[in-house]
Design a protein around this ligand. Structure first.
Ligand SMILES: [Mn+2]
Length: 361
C-alpha cells in the first residue's frame, strides 16, 4: 500500500485473490500498513516497507543461517502477498480486510507472517488464524513492553492498546493460554491487571524476566502454550526490546530485553513449538536512528523462518551445532600439498542439500 512494490528479501510474490498462487506455500508474508490505532506516535504504517527492505544483503531469496545451517527462503516455500489495503479512517473495515487475508493464507495451509503496522493488527491476525486452525485452539506468545489488554481507547474498541482483550473476549484464543513476556513501566492500570488475572493470563514482567532469567520464563511459557492447544501464534512488538536497541517505535519504554535475547527467544519458539502464525509490529521508521529497529525486525522475521525450517529438518534447540565450522568441510578434502585447487569450489558448491541430508534423520 505504501510501497515500494518489493517482496521480503526477494521471495516470490503471491496473490491472495488467486488461491492457485498459494499452492504448497509454507509461509505467506502479508504487509499490514496500519497505524490508526496508535495512542502516541503514529508511523508504523511504514513498518512493512522497511522490514522488507532493510537488509544489507542481496534481495535474492536466499538466507543461509550461520548457526542453524538452513536456508529458510530456499528450504521452504516462502511467498509475499504484498500489503493489504488498510485505510485508517475505515477502522474495522481495514481490520476485516486483514483478517480475511490472514485467513486465506492459513486456510491454504500456510503460516501467515504479518508485518505491522501497529499492534491493533494482532486482533485480526489471531482471529484469522483461529478461524482456520480452530477457535480457541491456538495459544499466543506475546512479546511486548505493554499488555495491550485495555478495554477502550479514546472511546473506541479499536486501538493498539486493546487487541489482546478483544481476542480473549471473542474466544479466538484462551486467556489461560495467553503468554506475555517483557511487560514493564506504568501501564495498564490495576483494574485491567485484575481483568487479566481473572482470564488466567500469564504475564512475565521484566522484574521476573531478570530475576529468573529469560530461559526459565520461556520454559514455563512453552509448557502452558502447548497444553490443550494445537498451535502457537507469536506476536512480537519491537518495543519489548530496550529503546536503546529499538528506538523506532511508537511507545518506547526503557529497560527492555536486548536484541540478542529477542532473536534467541524467537528462534527457540520456532524450533520448539508448532508455530501457526506470527506478526512483527510497531516498527515506526520515522523515529528510528540509522534503521536500527528495521534491521532488527528484518532479522526477527528471518529468525522465525529459520527456526521453522530447522524444526522441519527434525532439529531441536539442543541439536544446534555448537561451533560454526565443525563438520562443514568435505571429509576427504585434498591437502594443499597435492597441488589440488579444488577446495574453494567444493566448499561453496558442497551444497546445502548435501549438508542438510547429512543432518536430517
Ligand atoms: Mn504492543
Amino acid at each position: 500500500m505504501f510501497g515500494p512494490d518489493v517482496t521480503f528479501c526477494g521471495v516470490p510474490r503471491c496473490d491472495l485473490d488467486d488461491p492457485s498462487t498459494l499452492t504448497a506455500a509454507d509461509v505467506v508474508i502479508i504487509g499490514a500498513p496500519y497505524d490508526a490505532g496508535t495512542s502516541y506516535r503514529a508511523g508504523a504504517r511504514f513498518g512493512p516497507k522497511m522490514i522488507r527492505t532493510t537488509d544489507y544483503l542481496e534481495h535474492d531469496s536466499s538466507r543461509p543461517h550461520l548457526a542453524l545451517r538452513v536456508d529458510p527462503l530456499r528450504d521452504m516455500k516462502v511467498l509475499d502477498a504484498g500489503d493489504v489495503l488498510m485505510p485508517g479512517v475505515e477502522g474495522k473495515a481495514a481490520l476485516d480486510a486483514l483478517e480475511s487475508a490472514v485467513w486465506t493464507a492459513a486456510e491454504a495451509g500456510a503460516i501467515p507472517l504479518i508485518l505491522g503496522g501497529d499492534h491493533t493488527i494482532t486482533w485480526p491476525d489471531v482471529t484469522g488464524v483461529a478461524r482456520a486452525r480452530g477457535w480457541g485452539r491456538v495459544s499466543v506468545i506475546h512479546f511486548d513492553a505493554h499488555a495491550d489488554t485495555g478495554d477502550v481507547q479514546y472511546g473506541s474498541l479499536i486501538g493498539h492498546g486493546l487487541p489482546m482483550r478483544r481476542l480473549i473476549e471473542s474466544g479466538a484464543c484462551r486467556g489461560d493460554r495467553f503468554l506475555q513476556i517483557g511487560l514493564r513501566g506504568y501501564w495498564p492500570e490495576p483494574p485491567t491487571l485484575q481483568w487479566m488475572a481473572e482470564q488466567g493470563m500469564r504475564s512475565f514482567e521484566m522484574h521476573e524476566v531478570v530475576s529468573r532469567g529469560l530461559d526459565a520464563v520461556l520454559e514455563e511459557a512453552f509448557a502452558i502454550a502447548i497444553d490443550g492447544c494445537d498451535g502457537v501464534f507469536v506476536s512480537v512488538d519491537l518495543d519489548v526490546v530496550d529503546p536503546g536497541m529499538a528506538p523506532g517505535t511508537g511507545t518506547p519504554e526503557p529497560g527492555g530485553i536486548t536484541s540478542r535475547q529477542l532473536l534467541d527467544a524467537v528462534r527457540r519458539i520456532a524450533i520448539e513449538l508448532p508455530v501457526v502464525g506470527a506478526d512483527v509490529v510497531e516498527v515506526a521508521p520515522a523515529y528510528d536512528a540509522a534503521e536500527i529497529t528495521s534491521f532488527l525486525a528484518n532479522r526477527v522475521v528471518l529468525e522465525m523462518l529459520s527456526g521453522i525450517a530447522y524444526r522441519r529438518t527434525g532439529g531441536t534447540w539442543e541439536s544446534i551445532p555448537k561451533t560454526l565450522l565443525e563438520g562443514r568441510a568435505a571429509p576427504l578434502r585434498p591437502s594443499r600439498e597435492d597441488g589440488s585447487s579444488s577446495q574453494a569450489p567444493r566448499a561453496s558448491s558442497a551444497p546445502r542439500r548435501g549438508r542438510r541430508a547429512a543432518r536430517t534423520r
